[in-house]
Design a protein around this ligand. Structure first.
Ligand SMILES: Nc1ncnc2c1ncn2[C@@H]1O[C@H](COP(=O)(O)OP(=O)(O)OP(=O)(O)O)[C@@H](O)[C@H]1O
Ligand SMILES: [Mg+2]
Length: 285
């Protein structure tokens, strides 16, 4: 269990309270919902989808790990009001790592010019102290949350961003009600017709990003999930401004090459250079 959730010792620290509020306190692997404790800017765009549980009486229950990664771990969370089946939802919690083992290989390319809110943070970041690593991890979670909000509002098929707090982003879980995550595009064994349809959906996603001048920056068949026949895009902390970022065009080009190589190997006709030219033109329009 992660340290975001109560351990049994913590949950039963006060035995007398346990006695009286046995049903109302978070148990093992649970915490109170973190929704009431975040500021309005740390919540997803309005209108909140009807499935978002906003009750202060809800518990968050950690149901398992969806994936551990180099930079973040993704957990499956249930947010639910006890004894109210109408207020129950599954969420994906992406938690950025602040440990020393975390690789910062993405940082240099994408974070040029990023500012911190105070000079203590800036110094801590520079020194890579424990606090500095926390600050860096939180910067990634806020960057991903902001990118998800922006792209959601532009109509891109990203998971709805529910909230961000510290190093954790909570978002819509793409999967079934039993908690099985939607497969990555890379895992599917699709036929030609389906692949062609998926390719067209991916290009549509790239167009939605490019129109206001963005590239995903790490697009691959691993960061695309296929949920109920629709291609959804995830893993956005590094989205780049194609024009303002000195690496913008290169990263857009790399996205085009990654995607077209993958589909070409599966005999879907596509041309990375043509796609790149179209998206560059769209982003400058
Ligand atoms: N909203 C979601 N719904 C369902 N599954 C998700 C969701 N977000 C992430 N996942 C699962 O977690 C995996 C890792 O997510 P993501 O790519 O955002 O993190 P990452 O740390 O960058 O991982 P990697 O280094 O493998 O790219 C995804 O491939 C997917 O299987
Ligand atoms: Mg990823």
């Amino acid at each position: 269990m992660s340290d975001h959730f109560a351990s049994s010792e913590a949950a039963s620290a006060d035995a007398s309270t346990d006695l009286f509020f046995a049903d109302a306190e978070p148990g093992d692997g649970q915490r109170w919902t973190t929704w009431p404790s975040v500021t309005p800017t740390e919540r997803g765009p309005q209108p909140w989808p009807a499935w978002v549980v906003t009750s202060a009486g809800a518990f968050d229950t950690e149901l398992g790990i969806l994936k551990t990664g180099k930079e973040a771990d993704v957990f499956l969370i249930e947010r639910a009001v006890p004894d109210d089946p109408t207020q129950r939802t599954l969420l994906a919690a992406k938690r950025y790592r602040s440990s020393e083992q975390r690789s910062f290989h993405r940082s240099a390319l994408y974070t040029e010019g990023r500012t911190t809110r105070n000079s203590r943070d800036t110094r801590a970041l520079a020194k890579k102290s424990v606090h500095g690593r926390e600050v860096a991890a939180a910067q990634w979670s806020f960057a991903e949350f902001e990118a998800l909000c922006r792209m959601w509002e532009l109509g891109a098929p990203v998971p709805y961003p529910v909230q961000v707090s510290g190093t954790e982003v909570l978002m819509e879980f793409l999967g079934d009600s039993a908690g099985r995550a939607a497969p990555r595009l890379a895992q599917l064994r699709s036929g030609r017709a389906e692949l062609t349809d998926h390719y067209e959906q991916v290009v549509d996603i790239m167009r939605v990003f490019a129109a206001p001048g963005f590239a995903h920056g790490d697009l691959s068949a691993y960061n695309l999930l296929v949920h109920e026949g629709r291609v959804r895009v995830i893993d956005l902390p590094q989205i780049v401004d194609i024009i303002a970022n000195p690496q913008g065009l290169d990263l857009l080009h790399r996205d085009c090459v990654n995607i077209c190589d993958w589909f070409t190997r599966r005999r879907v006709e596509c041309d990375a250079e043509e796609l790149f030219a179209e998206l560059v033109a769209a982003s400058f329009a």
